[in-house]
Design a protein around this ligand. Structure first.
Ligand SMILES: [Zn+2]
Length: 373
């Protein structure tokens, strides 16, 4: 991973490059960014940069032996710690990162924008709760007690330290404060507010901003997505490259169409049709259901903006404006205020495995009542 593989974010990259140039690399850094941001990508690119044998123009060269290893995530001086769970062969406490490196590398090679759920399903843990177990702190101390094998720096990348067991976190405080020479901790967090202050106070924080719509649109356009669709996906994904890439892989148009049809049926209160739809939503699975509700929330927001004639705030692509205007004529701001919390609530319950069919049928009735009031 090189800086140039990450779209935009020039000032963040410049800060990191400058620290190396000035010989001011903090030994414990915390890369904070929302889910789907470049927080992990940035730490990986920085790690490549630190050990590149031929840094040029503010980036690693991509060609030296260190870069080649880093591009496959197999550099012997770059250690990874990440959340995991028990397997049929490994007890919870023994399930440490070093046991899952092959899968971890293939996960990173697929995408550096995934979240913990993506990692869990990539490995096949599915519904298990992932965490960084206590034993991991001993492994960290052990790994860092060795001298760098071939690089200038020994790097310890800890992905999602907020999922660290309390004992594991306490177990690394000392080494975090006084690491061996040329040892760099790069922690990558999506929820820094959940970190122990004993950890955050020992790290230098770097905020990695979410992507702009333009950065996302350009990135997915470069994968062959036509520009109109790219704009729509960028708008829907709200700065998350993860969400954008998932939408590229799926069919975002389809979800929009489902949403339009669903709300139409809610308005006409067609019970038979709504039952059929709830059934279909159930079959299409959790990710679809969440996306459908997400589309709903965004349409609501745009309808408010449209009825207040605040066009400058609108983020919706031109081709969707007609639908939003029609929608706003039925759903007044007051009605939207009543519906939006229902959508949020439904999201919450879906995350917690509520029965989707009952949930959607119930929600449809509620939305119908509000629309027709
Ligand atoms: Zn290099």
């Amino acid at each position: 991973m090189r800086f140039q593989d990450i779209p935009g974010l020039e000032s963040t990259k410049a800060k990191l490059v400058e620290a190396v140039a000035n010989n001011h690399v903090a030994h414990a850094q915390l890369f904070v960014g929302n889910e789907g941001s470049a927080n992990l990508a940035m730490a990986l690119a920085f790690s490549s940069y630190l050990n590149c044998e031929n840094r040029t123009d503010g980036d690693s060269c991509g060609e030296c032996s260190s870069c080649v290893k880093n591009s496959k995530f197999v550099h012997p001086d770059v250690n990874f710690v990440f959340p995991s769970a028990a397997t049929p062969k490994l007890k919870r406490e023994d399930a440490t990162s070093d046991k899952f490196l092959t899968e971890w590398r293939s996960f990173l090679l697929q995408s550096v924008y995934g979240n913990v759920k993506d990692w869990s399903s990539h490995f096949g843990w599915e519904n298990k709760l992932l965490m960084i177990p206590r034993q991991e702190s001993r492994n960290i101390v052990k790994a860092l007690s060795l001298k760098a094998f071939e690089g200038e720096y020994k790097v310890m990348i800890i992905w999602l330290p907020e999922l660290m067991n309390g004992n594991a976190a306490n177990g690394i405080l000392k080494i975090l404060e006084e690491p061996p020479e040329k040892t760099i901790f790069l922690m990558v967090s999506s929820e820094a507010n959940k970190l122990l202050t004993t950890i955050t106070s020992r790290t230098q924080q770097l905020r990695v901003p979410s992507f702009s719509d333009q950065e996302i649109a350009e990135t997915i356009q470069s994968t062959g997505v036509e520009s109109e669709r790219a704009d729509r996906i960028a708008y829907m994904s709200e700065g998350s490259m993860r969400m954008a890439l998932q939408m590229v892989a799926g069919d975002d148009n389809e979800t929009q169409d489902y949403f339009k049809n669903w709300f139409r049926q809610c308005f006409t209160f067609n019970f038979q049709e709504l039952t059929k739809m709830a059934d279909e939503f159930q079959k299409k699975g959790k990710e679809f259901q969440k996306e459908l509700l997400g589309v709903g929330t965004k349409v609501m927001r745009e309808a408010i903006i449209s009825s207040a004639s605040l066009d400058s705030l609108s983020r919706i692509p031109e081709q969707e404006k007609g639908f939003i205007e029609k929608f706003a004529s039925v759903f007044t701001p007051e009605k939207i205020m009543s519906v939006t919390p229902k959508l949020d609530e439904a999201q919450y319950h879906i995350e917690r495995n509520a029965n989707p069919k009952i949930l959607f049928l119930d929600l449809s009735m509620t939305i119908g009542q509000i629309a027709r009031a």
